[in-house]
Design a protein around this ligand. Sequence first.
Ligand code: ZN
Length: 82
Amino acid sequence: MIRGKAMPLYEYICPDCGLRFELLRPLRQASEAAPCPACHSDAGRVPSTFCALSQDESGLTSSIGGNSCASCGAPGCDTCGL
Ligand SMILES: [Zn+2]
């Protein structure tokens, strides 16, 4: 698609079959459930994984605070542009 604004790509995961899929949607629909292409259940949006994943389970013990974003260092991920 060339004309108009590019719609952002969102990732969804199906709670029933575990399928992850991506969907181009307008921003205002991003948080709405999307039908799973495999089983048609309501799949929820996958939150941004850049900041959500904690590395604590991989053996890395950078246990200072532990709540700050790994990529930007901010206390909340809203400021992380990655
Ligand atoms: Zn499914």
